[in-house]
Design a protein around this ligand. Structure first.
Ligand code: ADP
Length: 164
C-alpha cells in the first residue's frame, strides 16, 4: 500500500514569529510531508502586527522551504484544519507550563474534532522564547535580535519606530 502524504497544521499567533517557532517548523518538516503555518486572526488588543503582516513576513522567511505554506484563518482551528485536509496539529513545547495548557487543548481538539496533536520539544536554546516577551522587550527598546529571524527584527524596529 502506498503511504499517504501527511499534511500537518502549525497554528499560532506568531506575533511575531520567533526562532523557537522556526525550530518547531524544522522539526515538523522531518516528520510530515507538508506543513501549513496557520496564523490565527483572533484579534488581540496588544498585537503588534496585523494577521496579514504576519502572513507576509512568515512567507518571506520560509520562502525556501518548498513543503511549507502560510495562511491565516479566523475560524475554529480544528475546523480550519479539516477544511485544508490537515490530519495532524503540530505544537511546540518549551516547559511544563506549556505541557499543562497544551494537554488540555489537545484533548479538547481530539474530543471535538478527532484531530491528533503531535508535540515537538524545542531546542534548549529557545526554551525561554515567547512572542509576548519578545514584543514587550522590543517595545521597551531591548535587543531581541537573537530571538527572532532577521526580517522579524527589522519589521519590529520599523513598526515600533525604534530607528527614529
Ligand atoms: P499561541 O498564541 O497559540 O500560543 P504562539 O504563536 O505563541 O501561539 O505559539 C504557537 C505554537 O508554538 C505553540 O505550540 C507554542 O507552544 C509554540 N512555541 C512558541 N514559542 C516556542 C518556542 N520558543 N519553542 C517551542 N515552541 C514554541
Amino acid at each position: 500500500m502506498e503511504a499517504k502524504a501527511v499534511k500537518a497544521i502549525f497554528p499560532g499567533s506568531f506575533d511575531p514569529i520567533t526562532k523557537g517557532h522556526l525550530d518547531v517548523i524544522e522539526r515538523g518538516l522531518n516528520l510530515f510531508d507538508t506543513l501549513v503555518i496557520a496564523v490565527g486572526e483572533n484579534s488581540s488588543k496588544d498585537s503588534v502586527f496585523t494577521p496579514q503582516e504576519r502572513v507576509e513576513m512568515i512567507r518571506e522567511i520560509v520562502k525556501d522551504k518548498s513543503r511549507v505554506t502560510v495562511e491565516s484563518y479566523d475560524s475554529l482551528t480544528v475546523e480550519y484544519a479539516k477544511k485544508i485536509g490537515a490530519t495532524v496539529m503540530l505544537r511546540g513545547l518549551r516547559n511544563l507550563t506549556d505541557v499543562q495548557y497544551e494537554f488540555q487543548l489537545a484533548m479538547t481538539n481530539r474530543a471535538v474534532a478527532g484531530i491528533e496533536t503531535v508535540f515537538v520539544m524545542t531546542s534548549e536554546k529557545y526554551g525561554f522564547v515567547n512572542s509576548t516577551m519578545v514584543r514587550e522587550v522590543a517595545i521597551l527598546g531591548g535587543d531581541v535580535s537573537d530571538l527572532v529571524p532577521e526580517l522579524a527584527y527589522n519589521k519590529l524596529r520599523e513598526k515600533l519606530n525604534l530607528d527614529k
